[in-house]
Design a binder for this molecule. Structure first.
Ligand code: AHG
Ligand code: MN
Ligand code: MN
Length: 324
């Protein structure tokens, strides 16, 4: 079986990018180990702090963020990092070629109940020209410019799913040797599905188009979509996207009017974009409902975006509801 470094060496990934990805994985292996220790290591529970998005930080949000930030800022090929848990982007090494954004721990409401969580990362190239502009501005590139994207799912086993633009590979952490090894190459999302994932408790806050689509799903065989749908909601985007990659499905976190000033709950640069690159590279689709997520121009590192992604033909149906 091939290790992650062997796969990257054979698929044309530059040595510099490989070193950045490997450092992300060093941090993720440490996070996997700490999650495995759980209460034994005294790392569960909540801090007294909030992040820039007004969310209470779990202890592991902070620990995971520090692990990723520290290792990446010491990497000579990293120019800067941006994180869900940091108000602003952080300059690392001026000559670095890559910018890394990450959600250190996704689905963190699941930590204290011992359910699946993940880490999401996205890698961009730093603009080559030394245009004047703040560190923040160099990050503001659309998702099509990503050179790599991935997630680590900490579940019964720890898995890495990633792409460098040549399809999507799945690696399993072999804890005996401390390495991610390739266990499935070139994942493909099934084109059709009858399984949706959405937080139904927000239904009354959705736009009419999304309400109508879900109403029609619930009508089953008798309704206009003509299928009996199943539903899943783990409240961990990484786990949700992974299920979709393996057996198909559609994941939605649409705009809702709970806080009309926010475009959605999920963040474009370290949730929407990397997951969209993975899903598209595996033959699925990803949209806000009105445009491709990776075409959205970011205005800030913590911008939010409505997310509809998964099996291609089902995403097309949701997009059609929005263009009626
Ligand atoms: P995070 O833990 O990084 O803040 O992200 C949680 C996200 C995502 O993983 C999940 O799909 C969604 O929030 C769950 O939201 P609800 O609690 O509204 O279901
Ligand atoms: Mn998240
Ligand atoms: Mn998070």
């Amino acid at each position: 079986m091939k290790r992650l470094d062997q796969v990257l060496a054979s698929d044309g990934t530059s040595a510099e990018l490989e070193l950045v990805i490997k450092d992300v994985m060093v941090a993720c292996k440490d996070i996997a180990y700490k999650l495995g220790q759980g209460d034994l290591a005294g790392i569960l529970g909540t801090t007294e702090d909030e992040n820039v998005q007004g969310e209470t930080q779990k202890m592991l949000d902070v620990i995971s963020n520090d692990l990723l930030k520290d290792i990446l800022c010491a990497n000579p090929y990293v120019k800067g990092v941006g994180s869900e848990e940091e108000d602003f982007t952080i300059a690392a090494n001026n000559d670095g070629k890559y910018l890394v954004t990450f959600d250190p721990l996704d689905g963190s409401s699941n930590i204290d109940v011992n359910l699946s969580v993940g880490t999401i990362f996205s890698i961009l190239e730093a603009p080559a020209d030394n245009r004047p502009g703040s560190e923040q501005e160099v990050f503001l590139q659309d998702g099509r410019k990503q050179v790599a994207a991935g997630y680590v799912l900490y579940g019964p086993s720890s898995l890495l799913v990633m792409t460098t633009g040549n399809g999507v590979n799945l690696f399993t952490l072999d804890t005996n040797i401390g390495e991610f090894v390739l266990t499935k190459a070139q994942l493909q999302v099934p084109e059709d599905t009858a399984e949706f994932a959405i937080n139904m408790s927000n239904q009354r806050f959705w736009e009419p188009e999304m309400k109508q689509y879900i109403d029609d799903c619930l009508k089953g065989e008798e309704g206009p979509l003509g299928k009996r749908y199943n539903m899943r909601w783990v409240a961990s985007m990484v786990a949700e996207v992974h299920r979709i990659l393996i057996r198909g499905g559609i994941f939605m976190y649409p705009y809702d009017s709970r806080d009309p000033s926010k475009a959605g709950k999920l963040r474009l640069m370290y949730e929407g974009n990397p997951m969209s690159m993975i899903i598209e590279q595996a033959g699925g689709a990803s949209s806000t409902g009105r445009m491709d997520i990776m075409d959205v121009e970011p205005k800030g590192i913590h911008d939010r975006v409505p997310v509809v992604l998964g099996s291609k033909n089902e995403v097309a149906k949701v997009v059609a509801y929005h263009s009626k």
